[in-house]
Each structure stands twice: as structure tokens, then as C-alpha cells.
Ligand binder design. Structure first.
Ligand code: NDP
Ligand code: MN
Length: 383
């Protein structure tokens, strides 16, 4: 069967690579808009560094620093208005997935008519967005190399996906120094998000041989590095591994897509405020348990990539070890054991399951197709 791998983003990786931003942005024009969160990039000094590098290369700089976690329709619209007012030539997303995704939404509204809601879905965008430079400060979403922007629709209570190669960043600058300021819980949540991308992309029905290599490498790196990233917060080598692994996982989902860990997790974020990565973490073991039989060989390989010995075991036994390894890793990094611990109520699960089962795209990508009842059962087991 044919398969597709696509990864158009140029990547500059390494300590102090942030210094390159001015020189690189200048190639796209004279006026740069920085899209960032409310405080972390200011506090860590990374925002100032970006501004200094841009101004020293004779760029005019404007800053939109209002992006909240899980960016809303409203904030993207407001950012786009601002971007038009300052006639930006290039949009720089600086922060976690939220500012990077908002930057993508803003950049696409600079070149495409209408409202951001017109572009929810796959391949709805007609014109290439304004050039986007993505600079992650978390090691998680991989948004710096993906064609996705995830926007929260508070009216419909949905996390809406814009999926189009027109918003793949032109350039990703990955400087591990920017991730040093993350507190432990953010390292854990975002690290597990990256792991969920590697796993969901690897077992996706749209997986491909190039992505599979990246996914397995990403899983190995995260399983090895994530506990140390938390216990040795000053160890830059470990942070670099995590940032590299999260980028690889982003490249994987760019072509292969994600599955029901994401589809189900969105509702835990929307209704209970759980950070994106934590929502995924809480659902991951039970979704894996359910998905195993859809592709036992790949789950065996995941177990092995996470450090389990699988020689001599049946494929089924070996595949199951991936769930064991996952539970051990989540325990080590302090993820709660179930959704009850973060206040999720049993009563909400049936409705969530119904809404998830309408998400045909993610259900098709999932290695085993669940019924609405099965989705509800996975939620219950994750309590
Ligand atoms: P966010 O960007 O939502 O940031 C979460 C919090 O972390 C914010 O309070 C932010 O502060 C803070 N923060 C960010 N970086 C640092 C840092 N270096 N030091 C200290 N604090 C920091 O987190 P994520 O990266 O997890 O992004 C999640 C979003 O990305 C979700 O909306 C999710 O759906 C989306 N996503 C997108 C994907 C894609 O391909 N486009 C893939 C997967 C997820 P402040 O706001 O002040 O900056
Ligand atoms: Mn994710």
C-alpha cells in the first residue's frame, strides 16, 4: 500500500540557536510580529532575546503577548487584526504549542479571507499563510514542524483542528536553553504529550516507514530522558534530548495524524481544565490496552523501545508490556493514577464518548475502531 511522508520545515537545532532568529526572519521581510504567551517568555528572557536579535537585523518588531493556554477563536481573531494593522511580513510563534498554534492561525488570516472558523477541518485553506517561524519553549507539541493548529471553540465546547500544509512553519528554531525554565509538572505533561504523538503516529492507519523510524527513536529518547528531565532540572543534555524527541514526534504526526488519545483527551481539557499533555497521559494506558490487538507487532516494538525485554514472549504478551512500561513511566514522573484524582466526574463520560465518536477523522486513524460504548468504557477504566 502506498504511504506518504511529508516534512517541509527547515530546522535549526542546538544550544544558542535562538540567536539566529534575526538573520533568518530578515529573509522574509522587514516587519516581524512576535506571537507569545502572557508571561513565561518575558520572565525567562527569551522574548527579549528574540526582540534584540530582530532589531539588530533591522527588523521592525511588534509583539502580541496575549495568547492563553489552549488558544481561543477570539484570541486568534484579535491577533490577526493586530497583525494586519502592523502589516507584518513574518509571524514568529514563541512559546509552547498554544502561542505557536495561535501564530499559525494569525498568519493564515493574513493571506486568506474570512474568519478562523472558516478553516476548521482538513485542507480548507487556499493560500499559503504568511511565513511562520516557530520557536518552542516546551518539549511537547512538536507544533514547530506540524501542519496543525488546535483552536478552542468555547461556544461548541470543541477543540477544533486546522490541518493544512499552508501553515507548516517555514523555519523551526529549537534551542534547548529555552526549555530550562519549565517547572516539573510542565516538563512531565508536555513530555508525555510528545510521547503520545510518537505512539499514536506510529500505530496510526496512516503510518509510513519514514515516520516509523522517527517514532521509535522518539519513544526510546523520551522513555530514557523524561524522568531525568524532571529529577535533574539543570541537565541541558537531557533537555536537548526531550526537545529533539518532541520534534521527531511532531514530524511523525504531521503525516500520520494522531488517534483517540487526543480525541478523548480534548474533553478532559475542555470540561476539567486539564493541561493537554496531562489529559493525554491519563487516558494513554487504557487506550493502548484497547488498541493493542489492532497492531500487536507495533505495540511489541513500543514495549521494546520503552526498555522492556520481549524475547521469548508471544507477540500478545510482548505487546501488553507496552502498557506496563507506560504505567511505570507515568508513575515515575508523578502523573496522577486516574482521572478521579483531578476531579473528573463519572456522569460526564457518556456525553464525551458520544462526541468523540462523531470525530470520524481521528477514529479512522486509530488502529482499532471503537464503538461509542467502547470509548465510554475506556474513559471509565481511566478514572
Ligand atoms: P502551552 O503553550 O499551552 O503552555 C502552557 C503553560 O506553560 C503556559 O502557562 C505557559 O506560560 C507555560 N510555559 C511555556 N513555556 C514555558 C517555559 N519554558 N517555562 C515556563 N513556563 C512555560 O503548553 P503546550 O506546549 O503543552 O501546548 C499545548 C497546546 O498545544 C494545546 O492547545 C494543544 O492542543 C496544542 N497542540 C498542538 C499541536 C500541533 O501540532 N499544533 C500538537 C499537540 C498539541 P505563558 O502562557 O505565560 O507562555
Ligand atoms: Mn498533543
Amino acid at each position: 500500500m502506498e504511504s506518504v511522508f511529508y516534512s517541509p520545515t527547515r530546522i535549526i537545532f542546538g544550544e544558542e540557536s535562538l540567536k539566529r532568529v534575526g538573520e533568518e526572519a530578515r529573509k522574509f521581510g522587514e516587519r516581524a510580529l512576535i506571537v507569545t504567551g502572557k508571561s513565561s517568555s518575558k520572565k525567562s528572557g527569551s522574548l527579549d532575546e528574540v526582540v534584540n536579535s530582530l532589531t539588530s537585523h533591522n527588523l521592525q518588531v511588534e509583539i502580541f503577548n496575549k495568547v492563553e493556554p489552549d488558544p481561543s477563536i477570539g484570541i486568534v481573531e484579535e491577533g490577526a487584526k493586530f497583525a494586519k494593522k502592523c502589516a507584518a511580513d513574518v509571524v514568529i510563534g514563541l512559546g509552547g504549542g498554544s502561542p505557536m498554534d495561535a501564530a499559525k492561525g494569525i498568519a493564515l488570516l493574513m493571506t486568506n479571507k474570512g474568519e478562523i472558523t472558516d478553516y476548521f477541518g482538513t485542507d480548507k485553506v487556499k493560500e499559503p499563510a504568511l511565513p511562520i517561524i516557530a520557536i518552542p519553549t516546551t518539549a511537547g507539541t512538536g507544533s514547530e514542524v506540524t501542519k496543525y493548529a488546535v483552536i478552542t471553540d468555547q461556544k461548541k465546547m470543541l477543540k477544533q483542528i486546522i490541518g493544512t500544509p499552508h501553515i507548516n512553519p517555514k523555519l523551526a528554531i529549537l534551542d534547548p536553553l529555552l526549555t530550562l525554565s519549565m517547572p516539573a509538572s510542565l516538563i512531565a505533561n508536555t513530555g508525555v504529550d510528545a510521547l503520545s504523538h510518537a505512539i499514536e503516529g506510529y500505530v496510526s492507519t496512516q503510518a509510513n516507514p519514514v515516520g516509523d523510524i522517527l517514532a521509535l527513536k522518539s519513544i526510546v529518547l523520551i522513555a530514557e530522558a523524561l524522568p531525568g528531565a524532571i529529577s535533574q532540572p539543570d541537565n541541558l543534555k537531557i533537555r536537548e534530548k526531550m526537545l529533539f524527541a518532541s520534534m521527531l514526534a511532531g514530524m511523525v504526526i504531521n503525516s500520520a495524524g494522531a488517534g483517540i488519545i487526543h480525541g478523548m483527551g480534548y474533553f478532559i481539557t475542555l470540561h476539567y481544565g486539564a493541561p493537554h499533555g496531562l489529559a493525554n497521559a491519563l487516558l494513554m494506558p487504557e487506550v493502548m490496552e484497547f488498541n493493542l490487538e489492532g497492531n500487536p507487532l507495533k505495540f511489541r516494538n513500543i514495549a521494546e523501545a520503552m526498555g522492556k525485554k520481549v524475547e521469548g514472549l508471544s507477540e500478545k504478551e510482548a505487546a501488553h508490556l507496552s502498557v506496563v512500561a507506560m504505567r511505570e513511566l507515568l508513575g515515575k514522573i508523578g502523573i496522577p493514577r486516574g482521572m478521579k484524582e483531578i476531579g473528573v466526574k463519572e456522569e460526564s463520560l457518556a456525553d464525551f464518548a458520544k462526541t468523540v465518536s462523531k470525530n470520524k477523522r481521528l477514529l479512522t486513524l486509530n488502529p482499532r475502531r471503537p464503538t461509542t460504548e467502547e470509548i465510554e468504557e475506556i474513559y471509565r477504566r481511566s478514572m
